[in-house]
Design a protein around this ligand. Structure first.
Ligand code: HEC
Ligand code: HEC
Length: 308
């Protein structure tokens, strides 16, 4: 309720209509890309780093490559339903051009020129290299088409207005590309690229402000689960300082924690994807996570009976 009041106030503040229209306009439509032979193996690796299957696979069936959508994603702003992104021409993205796909994944703009809601983590995916996004698109086209459209999102006003996402984007998407750090190793840079870009680890492992934007100063420092119950741990050195890079790699490969238990909660969905990655990429991601300087996260409330 408080969140909604604040957003309504924010909207009132920018209600000077021209300002609103300008701020909320999606960027110009996609431009065609020069032709290029796709690397399907790389597309598959990116698919697994990106965890597309966690949200877009048809729920309650075993095949993680049936991307017919339908999973309900809770949030403080309402419930989102992951759409069908299988290559089905009528119900999925079978008729999309490569440029449509690049624009969706990197700018959060649909082929019809509308904003996507940031429940689709394009806020992280936008850091990707265009070639990786193109390989991913080619790989998705090799997956089975699944028919059936998904129901509409269940969002109260004003969160259901896609134009408002333009305001959100202007506040929380700085448009800066990923820049490699020349002082660090190629492995570390690969890890930084994967973790911050397609891996979208910070989307869950960071606290958010009342408007749902990541609090930059506490990136990776954990916080309440954005999807509802439970807590997402701090994965800076403040939280997992005792873990070695090998421990982190082993978690991403097997789901095992250093003490021998299995990781739980939403992280199990992540492991289904990261367990498919090459050992090199896992080692790179672990190397980068191990290097995150210690940052205090928000205080964690006392555990409730049976809470995660
Ligand atoms: C955390 C859940 C989540 C993950 C992970 C995720 N998506 Fe999505 N995706 C969504 C949601 C929710 C939407 C709907 C957004 C909207 O309607 O504004 C969406 C929308 C899309 C769309 C637009 C579909 C349409 O019909 O317009 C595409 C394309 C897409 N996602 C591709 C991907 C790819 C590729 C990946 C992996 C790199 C991915 N998504 C990962 C939740 C997710
Ligand atoms: C969908 C949300 C989500 C995403 C995305 C996500 N995590 Fe997690 N992660 C969690 C949750 C929730 C836990 C706690 C699981 C539990 O309670 O057992 C966790 C646990 C962890 C832990 C163990 C920390 C500890 O103290 O036990 C590590 C390390 C970790 N994640 C790293 C990553 C990395 C690296 C990525 C990106 C590849 C990632 N996570 C992406 C939700 C997520």
């Amino acid at each position: 309720m408080l969140r909604r009041t604040i957003l309504v106030m924010l909207m009132a503040a920018v209600a000077g209509f021209g300002v609103y229209w300008w701020l909320t306009a999606p960027a110009a439509s996609a431009v065609p890309l020069p032709s290029r032979a796709p690397d399907l193996a790389n597309g598959q690796e990116i698919f697994n780093v990106g965890g597309c299957s966690s949200c877009h696979a048809v729920p309650n069936q075993p095949d993680r490559l049936r991307l017919g959508g339908g999973l309900a994603l809770g949030s403080p702003f309402g419930t989102f339903y992951a759409p069908n992104i299988s290559p089905d021409p009528a119900d999925g993205i079978g008729r999309w051009s490569e440029a449509d796909f690049v624009s969706a994944v990197m700018r959060g703009v649909s082929p019809e020129g509308k904003h996507y809601f940031p429940a689709f983590p394009y806020t992280s995916y936008r850091l990707a290299k265009v070639e990786d996004v193109r390989d991913l698109f080619a790989y998705l086209k090799t997956l089975p088409p699944v028919s059936g459209k998904v129901r509409d999102h269940d969002l109260p006003f004003p969160f259901n207005i896609r134009r408002n996402v333009g305001i959100w984007k202007s506040l929380f998407m700085d448009g800066k590309p990923f820049v490699a750090d020349g002082a660090k190793s190629p492995q570390w840079n690969r890890g930084a690229y994967l973790v911050n870009g397609f891996g979208h680890c910070a989307e869950c492992h960071s606290p958010r402000n009342l408007l749902g934007g990541i609090i930059t100063a506490q990136r990776f420092a954990g916080g309440p689960n954005p999807e509802g119950e439970g807590w997402v741990p701090n994965i800076t050195q403040k939280g997992i300082g005792e873990w070695s890079a090998k421990d982190i790699a082993n978690l991403l490969k097997t789901g095992e924690l250093p003490e021998g238990d299995s990781v739980g909660g939403a992280m199990t969905r992540v492991i289904k994807n990261t367990s498919q990655l090459s050992d090199e990429d896992i080692a790179a991601m672990a190397d980068y996570v191990k290097s995150l300087p210690p940052v205090d996260g928000p205080p964690r409330p006392k555990r409730k009976e049976g809470g995660a």
